[in-house]
Design a protein. Structure first.
Length: 791
């Protein structure tokens, strides 16, 4: 075993018998070079890195094991600090291990390895074949100097011939390394032949591709020359071309266009540029598209408003059932427009759950005003260019959605609906919500500038209507520019009437059953509403009715009956729609229970009851909460617990209960997220009930936020919550005193059946929700005697 300084090369494989320059720049390599010159008779070991991008390779994993022993002929220091070294490779070596001394010099422990000999007759044949193929490679690719071919033919040793050929092959480093590691001369010959054949084939394919490209370019030039020649000939003969006629037509359109003068001057310049370009030029088509887009915009084209308040009211009532407050607000807007002949500053935002008719209301407004309607969906829009357009410097640039919609609708005063404005997003491409500030600001939208048009456009005549499901999803500055009109969820009674007056007739006609007299009982419709849908609007209700009509249509075609009358009962609803998708929530027990309280909750599909359960157990005063609660609800529970501790003496709760008793509060339906402060009085009641062993009335539901001092604060969603209580059979509801005004908005058919208790403090709640022990005992005795008589 021998030891020499070591240097790793990058993208360079050195073969024995070859003199080659190498450039050294790494400090570790420079140290090895100095050591080789000083102490090792100008000898060192070279091998190649596996990955040339590694600056400081690790040994042995980052270098090949097979390399060469080289003799340093000359060293020259370069101006940049690197060293150029001329070396002569002596023979192959196999590196067994690496070492590093205290000066950072790397040494390789190696043994010399030699090529496997080959039969002389076979060697001569292989040598000639390889030299012939290499000569072809050199001639076709021009990558090898003629002197090298001459030198190779003069060398007698087959080993040296192959190594010199390998050195001059323009192939990947790992392939060259494979040839260096191949000690069997015959095997190396076949590898070289295979590589040469493949390289020649690749070169021929590259040449073929290059020739095809040149031919295509020549064809393009030829076509251009012929077109220009034909153009000149036609001009001499006094004949115009189709292109000339189109340009003349475009020129006339620009002259006649009723657009701002500065924009007209700009179009004239663009048209002049276009005339100087070849017809097939890419830029020519870009300019043409821009000019045509500008000319097609309705700069001064408007529809005449025909506002008749009675007619508008009739249209709104025809298209929508209920929504009286919303209709009233819309009619007020139209009245202002009629009297003042302006709607500047009037931007409506309809906020409500899905399926309550926000989009169709916008259609009705357009119909009532005799204006054209256009809708732009903003759900998921995250690129500012969707609003303002792309600058024309970009490939494939186009106007923004607003300008494009005006171009399509053909007037500058349509009713424009921005749908799902609460669902815009933002990313590195910009913030579309910020771009919308200019559009929806009456002080700015008279000079809205689209990047593509590159000129201001007056949007002040457009009647903007926005829709949203969640007001919180609209940024504050944008929300301030709009008049918010809330559309609440429909009651069961409203859904019943909508189904009978709108959905059933429309869906019957859509399914080709107009000639049949199909009647639905109220109970059948209510069954569909309560057991097959659970939503704030009527979208799924329409879907289920459509499904039912399709079943009826199929049944009619399969039956041989001539009857045109069909009645749909509850039983037929189940037959056509299958088993119920939702169960009707009903209060299971009317007797008082300890630790179980009926709260009220608001959801995206309407109001519902929210049961709160409490149990106590020996412990250390821990308040445990379960049921997938949000942070606000958890804080509300802690406030309620602190309030109960504060009034424990009034309630007769034992001293230091908070040190010996744990309370566990659970909110059923644990997979459903719950949050908000409105369950405050419900949680307080559950904690008091379980700590005092007092029963809570199960025919009462409640909602309200509680403070740490026992005040009951107002909450939202009263209409939906009360409707939810009514649906499950609860008629007594405890509400915050400040929510009294909200009960006036309830539908009369529900309000007349409800009994409301309004609480300012928790003392007011306490008087209502707990069961009187004497009354409870009397009821239990009466129930027992009734049961005994029945037996």
């Amino acid at each position: 075993m021998q030891n020499k300084p070591f240097i790793a090369t990058r993208e360079l494989v050195v073969f024995p018998g070859v003199v080659t320059p190498i450039f050294i720049g790494r400090q570790s390599s420079l140290k090895s070079l100095e050591e080789a010159v000083a102490r090792f008779d100008n000898k060192l070991i070279l091998t190649s890195q596996k990955d040339a991008n590694i600056e400081e390779p690790k040994f042995p994993e980052d270098v090949y094991e097979t390399g060469v022993l080289v003799h340093i002929i000359q060293t020259v220091k370069m101006p940049n600090g690197n060293v150029k070294v001329l070396v002569e490779a002596k023979h192959r070596v196999l590196i067994n291990q690496f070492s590093k001394d205290e000066n950072g010099i790397i040494y390789a422990e190696y043994e010399e390895i030699f090529s496997k000999p080959i039969d002389e007759s076979k060697a001569e044949a292989l040598k000639r074949k390889v030299i012939d193929e290499f000569s072809k490679y050199a001639k076709k690719t021009n990558k090898v100097l003629p002197d090298i071919i001459y030198n190779i033919k003069e060398i007698s040793s087959i080993d040296k011939v192959f190594d010199l050929i390998c050195t001059n092959l323009m192939i990947a480093t790992d392939v060259k390394q494979g040839l260096l590691e191949t000690l069997d001369v015959e095997e190396r010959a076949y590898k070289i032949l295979s590589i040469l054949e493949r390289e020649i084939e690749i070169f021929m394919l590259e040449r073929e591709i290059e020739n095809r490209v040149k031919e295509q370019m020549a064809e393009v030039q030829k076509n251009y020359y012929l077109r220009e020649k034909i153009k000149v000939m036609r001009e001499e003969m006094g004949e115009g071309t189709d292109s000339d006629e189109e340009l003349e037509e475009l020129d006339q359109r620009v002259k006649d266009a009723k657009i701002p003068q500065d924009l007209k001057d700009k179009l004239v310049k663009e048209l002049s540029r276009m005339k100087k370009m070849p017809d097939f030029s890419a830029e020519s088509s870009v300019i043409r598209t821009y000019i045509e887009t500008v000319l097609e915009l309705p700069w001064e084209v408007s529809t005449n408003d025909e506002i008749d308040i009675k007619k508008a009211e009739k249209i709104l009532n025809e298209d929508h059932y209920g929504l009286e407050e919303v209709k009233e607000r819309i009619l007020e807007f139209l009245a202002i427009k009629k009297l003042n002949n302006t709607l500047k500053g009037s931007i409506i935002c309809l906020v409500g759950p899905p399926g309550v008719g926000k989009t169709s209301l916008a259609h009705s407004v357009a119909r009532a005003m005799n204006r054209k309607f256009t809708r732009i969906s903003l759900g998921g829009v995250r690129d500012e260019a969707e609003i303002r357009g792309h600058r024309r410097t970009y490939v494939g640039a186009m106007p923004g959605r607003i300008i494009n919609s005006l171009k399509q609708v053909g007037v500058n005063n349509p009713v424009m609906l921005f749908d799902e404005i609460d669902k815009m997003a933002s990313d590195f491409r910009g913030d579309p919500a910020s771009a919308m500030l200019e559009v929806l600001d009456p002080a700015q939208n008279n000079s809205f500038e689209d990047h593509y048009i590159d000129h201001t456009f007056d949007l002040s005549n457009v009647f903007f209507i926005c829709t949203a499901n969640d007001l919180g999803g609209i940024p504050g500055p944008l929300r301030d520019r709009m008049e918010i009109i809330s559309i609440e969820s429909y009651t069961e009674f409203e859904k019943l009437n909508i189904a009978k007056k709108y959905l059933i007739p429309q869906t019957q006609e859509e399914n080709g059953l107009k000639e049949f007299k199909i009647s639905f009982s109220d109970k059948a419709v209510m069954k569909i509403i309560n057991e097959y849908t659970r939503e704030a609007g009527v979208r799924n209700l329409r879907r289920e009715i459509g499904k039912l009509f399709r079943k009826i249509a199929k049944e009619i075609l399969l039956s041989k009956s001539d009857s045109k009358k069909i009645s749909v009962s509850e039983a037929k609803v189940k037959k056509y729609l299958g088993n119920a998708k939702f169960r009707i929530d009903k209060v299971k027990e009317k007797e008082g229970k300890i630790g179980v309280v009926n709260g009220l909750a608001w959801t995206a599909v309407g109001g519902t009851t929210l049961e709160v359960q409490a149990v106590k157990m020996e412990g250390k005063g821990v308040l445990q909460l379960t049921g997938k609660l949000g942070d606000v609800m958890k804080e509300s529970a802690r406030v309620a617990y602190s309030y109960v501790r504060h009034i424990k003496n009034e309630l007769g709760i034992k001293e230091k209960f908070n040190e010996t008793t744990d309370v566990h509060l659970h909110f059923p339906e644990g997979a459903v997220p719950k949050d908000g402060p409105s369950a405050g009085i419900t949680i307080t009641t559950a904690i008091i009930s379980v700590l005092t062993n007092k029963e809570v009335r199960q025919d009462v539901a409640m909602t309200g936020e509680i403070t740490i001092t026992g005040e009951v604060l107002a909450v939202g969603g009263i209409k939906e919550k009360v409707i939810g209580a009514h649906r499950v059979g609860i008629r007594d509801v405890v509400l915050p005193f400040d929510n009294k005004v909200d009960t006036e908005e309830l539908p009369k058919e529900i309000a007349d059946q409800m009994k409301f208790y309004f609480a300012k403090t928790y003392d007011d709640v306490k008087k209502i929700v707990f069961v009187d022990k004497k009354d409870s005992e009397k009821k239990k005795e009466a129930k027992k005697s009734k049961t005994a008589k029945e037996k």
